[in-house]
Each structure stands twice: as C-alpha cells, then as structure tokens.
Design a protein around this ligand. Structure first.
Ligand code: COA
Ligand code: AMP
Length: 627
C-alpha cells in the first residue's frame, strides 16, 4: 500500500504475515537505494535474520538530500523550540543538509569513517541531530547517550562501543538549572578503559566547558574550514546506530539498528501509523537519547519529508502547563507524540485545561502516547481536553517502531482504553504460558513475537550475538521475548500489563533496578540490598531501595549518601528518592530475594506469602514500610 491511501488494516496485516517478502519489497520502494534490494530476507543464519541483504543505501541521503533534490529545499526540516533558552530556530532541508555535510566533513577530518563509532552525549540542541545525521552520512555508527545519565552509564557505553570520537555539549539546561556535562564526561573517561581519539565539545553560552587541549576541540574549531562530505553508500545490513538500553543486569544492552530495514519500516510507519504526510509538522515530545527520539524526532519525520520539532523544555514549568499547547499552535503541529507521564504532569497543574485558552490547536489531528502504560483516566482526560483521538502504542527500544498500535493512516480502528490495539505489520504477537503454549483470550502470560521480527527491529546486540540469543530468543524457541506480560481480548486487542523482569519505567524512562542495586552494593556499609519499582501517581513507577548494613556500619547520613551515589553514577533520571535501612530482606529458602512479593505489597497493600519463603517474620517486619 502506497503512502496516503486508506486501506483495510486486516488485509494489510494478513498480507505482511502471509507474504512478508512481498509486503516489505513493496514498502522498500519508498526508499532511494544506491543498489536496490533483489533479496528481501536472509535467513541463512537464523535465528539471526537480516533484511535486504544485497541492497545499499545511505540513510542521511534519504532523510535530507533526496528531499532537497525533490523540491523541499526551502521547506522547514527541523524546528528547535527551546523555552529554557528563550530561542526558536528553524532549519530548512537545504540548511540542515549543508550543516550535516560540513559536520560530517569535520568528523572525517578527525579520522571517522564508515563503521567507526561516535558517542554523542548532548542536550536537546539542533547540533545533536546534525551530529547523528553526519554519522549516518559517513556510514559511521552513532551511539547517543541520554543527558540524564551519569558517569557510570556513560563509561559503560564508551567501553562497549569504543568510539573514535565523542561529541558532547558543554551543558544541558533543565528547568531552572544548568547541568554541566564536562564533569560527567571527565569522570566517565577516567573510569573507562577505552580512549577516544578526540572529543568535540559544543560550547553553550550558559556554561562553557574548560577544555583539555590535547583531547578536546570545540564544535566551532571542528567545523572551521571543514569540507562538506558526500553521502557514503553502505550495506542495508550495516549498523546505523547503537542505542544502549537497560536490561536485567547492570550492563546495558547495545541494541543495533541497521540502515535498510530501519529506513523502510520507519518510512512505512510515518505514513501508515502516524498518518503524517510530507510537508506536515510532526512533534515527538521526547528526548533524542531515547528510542522515541531516535525514531520519531530524527529519522522517521525526515525520511517522510515532514517537519520535525525538537523541543528543549518540559511539559510543565517551562514556563507553565500550557507549554505543549503553545508549541502545537505556534508551529502548526498535526500529530503530537509524548509519554503519558507528561500529560499527567499537565493535568496535575491544570486539570481543567485553562492553559489551552488563547491557543489555536486546529491543526492537531492526533495524539500518540507510548513509553509506559497509558492509564484509562489519562487517556480520557486528554481526549476530552483536545478533542482528538488518543492513540496508545506499545513498543520498545529493541523494535524501534510500534509493535501494537492503531494505524491512523490506514484505517481508524475503534480503540479501547487500556489497550494499544492491534499488531502492526510483520509482528506475530503471541501471549504464551511458561511452556510456550498460546493462551486463550483473557489469560495473562508472557508476550512474545514470532521470528523473524519485521524490518527496523534489532538484528542483534552490538558485537554480542550470543547475548542477543540468550536474552531474547532462548525462553521460547522461534520467538522473541519482549519482557512484558499481557493478555489478548476476544477481538485480538492486546493489553500490556507491565514488565516481567527487573526493568522499571520511571516517567517514561527505562531503568534497571539491577544497575541501581550494583551501585548501592558498592557502598562500603551495605551488605545487601533490593531495589523495586513501585506505583507512582505521576511517573507511573518510582524506585525504592531497601538495604541491610554490614555489622557495625553507621547508618547516620547513609540514606542521603546512597541517594547521591545513585544520582552521580546512574544519573538524576534514576530518581531514587527513598532508601530504607532494614534488618533483613525477605528471601526464599534458596536465597532469592522476594522482590516480586515486595512490589505487590507496595502496590496493593498485600500479597500472598510464597510457600518458598525462608522466614515469614522478615516479610512481616517490612510490610509497614512497603504500604
Ligand atoms: N539532563 C539532565 N538531567 C535530567 C535530564 C537531562 N536530559 N532529564 C531529566 N533530568 C533530571 C531532572 O532535572 C530531574 O532532576 P531533579 O531530581 O534535580 O529534579 C531528574 O532528572 C528526574 O527527572 P524526571 O523523572 O524527568 O522528573 P522531573 O520531575 O524533572 O519531570 C516530568 C517530570 C513529568 C515533567 C518529566 O518526567 C517528563 O517530561 N516526562 C516525560 C517523559 C518522556 O518524554 N519520556 C520519553 C519516553 S517517550
Ligand atoms: P523503551 O525501551 O524505553 O521504549 O521501554 C519499553 C518498555 O516500556 C516496554 O517493554 C513496556 O514495558 C513499556 N511500554 C512502552 N510503551 C507502552 C505502552 N503503550 N503500554 C504499556 N507499556 C509500554
């Protein structure tokens, strides 16, 4: 189905399952190929699959140059709207292409070429998008690290990706506070074993960094006299980027995105799921450090010839709860994508939507929400307030685009509050029991996806096929384990009930309780600890920590110390605010901490006592703290 045509969801979905190669061959015609695909799927190394194995393209060409050549040179490509600096700047497709080509030339002069990695640790500024696209232009592989992460997380990513160059901003700007990045970068480089050749620092006037002369150069120095670089064709199966995401252990997983499958899937999704046409304005109010930012701030809108908004601000406090409505009205946004937490933050400050008045939101057609469970109350509130359909969609860093959604460019399907709706093309979604047997409608189980995953999803983890297979493909042969639990209803609508592992979702930010436990356990006074995610009315979930001290350790000031330790090492975004010192942690007889039982007590007030518990009195002592 071509862009813009309305068709029947069920026919489209069925074709993608019955004839995946035909389906994706057709979708691939929307992309400009240097060498068009003749083969669609390579299954010779199953369970690792590769899409478009004999094709070549350049993602930056498809995002910029082709639109300049096709008459969109003067159309806005990127609008940077930054209430925290009081500035707005628009880049046309031509301007963005030129700046990307120059920065690509600068990177090339620093020795970056096809296949090299570049770590990007930057705030929400246009140069971040420019740096990402410059890597894509050279066939280099970017790895963006979210600015809310601290030195330990940054160091782990540097050591895994081994970048030739790191590009950073001197600071980020949070509502009411400047966050210097240089101390975090210095601490991460001191902790990491890998050494990049150079660091390029974008000096921001709010807080310039003190540079290390041998290691660093400024962005301005890097681009001065740089020659623009042309697009380097790469194989469709070559990596475009690595995006690290939280797993069960403290070591993040390097999700790899290829060039070809990614371009095809995102281009398809922009038209058919998000209903956005070339020339229209799309706004994903997320951060480029997360997958939503990669896919729907940077790549998909530009692949589709749309205009994207890069917003450096918050839903509230920059300056008020009308900030989102101002951006929609000022830039003529047709489709807004954000996390439910952002709307809960707006509702808490402005439940009646008084801040809407004075803004003309007539361009807005759709509101997309993802990143965490959408509670029916928030869904209804937003729909009533804005008078547009609210479209829940479920996916994850690993898939790069929605697994389950209501495709608005195809056929507006009836939605059901609490469900993100139906599977998108190529996703064979199943709900299974422990033995891998499909469960009937209404029964809860693990959500898995039959292999192969569609284009755009991770082909593997960075330089770690073994971990990819072990973490995702081993639980149920022939299926990808999503890590979420859920159920179908009689109409095939999926209800996602939350993670079944140690991943938590705090304000739409995916975090690992295991990583927090590693940081706490590193404190000399801590004998053992448990971190769980508990329900939070604003952020969906919030972490809580319980620690047992070593004999003789002094508890004075320890809580503040531990909170600061997690903030420094993982980052402020971990938002660990409460640590309780306890005499013991409840365990099974085999020594496993009963985190699940603790979580259920915290969320519901009670939980059945597992028959495997070692000492029920330990759990009883904890109950008052959990409730
Ligand atoms: N750089 C540095 N620090 C950051 C940061 C960044 N990019 N992003 C967040 N932080 C800091 C915040 O300033 C805050 O610091 P504080 O503890 O000093 O207050 C801390 O990390 C926790 O941030 P957050 O959980 O975002 O809470 P908040 O109280 O600052 O804001 C919301 C609450 C609801 C406004 C905010 O969480 C939000 O906009 N959520 C939407 C989430 C989203 O877009 N997710 C992306 C997935 S789609
Ligand atoms: P991330 O990889 O950061 O995108 O986080 C992915 C996780 O967020 C998923 O595995 C889910 O647990 C959760 N999630 C994302 N979108 C939704 C949604 N629409 N409904 C419920 N949970 C969601």
């Amino acid at each position: 189905m071509g862009p813009g045509t309305m068709a029947d969801y069920r026919q489209i979905y069925q074709r993608s399952i019955d004839d995946p190669e035909g389906f994706w061959r057709d979708a691939a015609t929307a992309i400009d190929w240097h060498v068009p695909p003749t083969r669609i799927l390579d299954d010779s190394e199953a369970p690792i699959f590769r899409w478009f194995p004999d094709a070549e393209l350049n993602t930056c060409h498809n995002a910029l140059d082709r639109h300049v050549a096709a008459g969109r040179a003067d159309q806005p490509a990127l609008i940077h709207d930054s209430p925290v600096t009081g500035t707005t700047r628009t880049y046309s497709y031509r301007e963005l292409r030129d700046q990307v080509a120059i920065f690509a030339g600068a990177l090339r002069r620093l020795g970056v070429s096809r296949g090299d990695r570049v770590v990007i640790y930057m705030a929400m500024v246009p140069e971040t998008v420019i740096a990402m696209l410059a890597c894509a232009r050279l066939g280099a592989v970017h790895s963006v690290v979210f600015g809310g992460f601290g030195s330990r997380e940054l160091a782990a990513r540097i050591d895994d990706a081994c970048p030739k160059v790191i590009v950073a901003t001197s600071c980020g700007i949070e509502a009411g506070r400047v966050v210097p990045y240089q101390p975090m970068l210095d601490a991460a480089l001191a902790a990491a074993t890998h050494r990049p050749d150079r660091c390029v620092i974008l000096q921001r006037p709010e807080q310039p960094a003190t540079l290390s002369r041998e290691r660093d150069l400024t962005w301005a120095e890097a681009v001065s006299d740089a020659e623009p670089a042309e697009c380097v064709p790469v194989r469709a199966t070559d990596p475009l980027y690595i995006l690290y995401t939280s797993g069960t252990t403290g070591r993040p997983k390097g999700v790899v995105r290829d060039n070809g499958g990614h371009a095809v899937a995102l281009r398809w999704s922009m038209t058919n799921i998000f209903g956005v046409r070339p020339g229209e304005v799309f706004w994903a109010a997320s951060d480029v450090g997360w997958v939503v930012g990669h896919s729907y701030i940077v790549y998909a809108p530009l692949l589709a010839g749309a205009t994207t908004v890069l917003y450096e601000g918050k839903p509230v406090g920059t300056p008020d709860a009308g900030a989102f409505w101002r951006v929609v009205a000022e830039h003529g946004v047709v489709s807004l994508f954000t996390a439910p937490t952002a709307l809960r933050a707006i509702r808490r400050e402005d439940p009646e939507g008084k801040h809407l008045s004075g803004y003309d939101l007539s361009t807005l057609r759709l509101l997309f929400l993802a990143g965490e469970r959408l509670d029916p109350q928030t869904c209804r509130w937003a729909g009533d307030l804005l008078g547009v359909p609210v479209v829940d969609n479920w996916w994850q860093t690993e898939t790069g685009w929605p697994i389950v959604a209501s495709p608005r460019g195809v056929e507006p399907l009836p939605t059901k509050p609490g469900s993100p709706s139906l599977p998108m093309p190529g996703y064979r979604v199943r709900v299974v029991d422990e033995s891998g047997t499909d469960l009937p409608p209404g029964a809860e189980g693990a959500i898995v996806i039959g292999l192969p995953l569609p284009p755009g999803c991770l082909p593997t983890l960075w330089r770690d096929d073994e971990r990819y297979v072990r973490s995702y493909l081993s639980a149920h042969q022939g299926n990808y384990l999503t890590g979420d639990g859920g159920r179908f209803d009689e109409d095939g609508y999926l209800y996602v009930l939350g993670r079944t592992d140690d991943v938590i979702n705090v304000a739409g930010h995916r975090l690992s309780t295991g990583a927090m436990e590693e940081v706490l356990a590193g404190h000399p006074a801590v004998a053992e600890c448990a971190v769980i995610g508990v329900h939070d009315p604003l952020k969906g979930q919030a972490p809580r920590a319980f620690v047992v001290l070593k004999a003789g350790a002094d508890p004075a000031g320890l809580e503040a110390d531990l909170v600061a330790r997690v903030r420094d090492q993982i980052g402020p975004v971990a938002a660990l605010r409460r640590v309780d010192v306890v005499a013991a942690l409840p365990k099974t007889r085999s020594g496993k901490i009963l985190r699940g039982t603790m979580r259920v007590i915290a969320d519901t007030g009670d939980a059945p006592v597992p028959s495997t518990i070692e000492d029920p009195a330990v759990l009883d002592a904890l109950r008052p703290l959990l409730r």
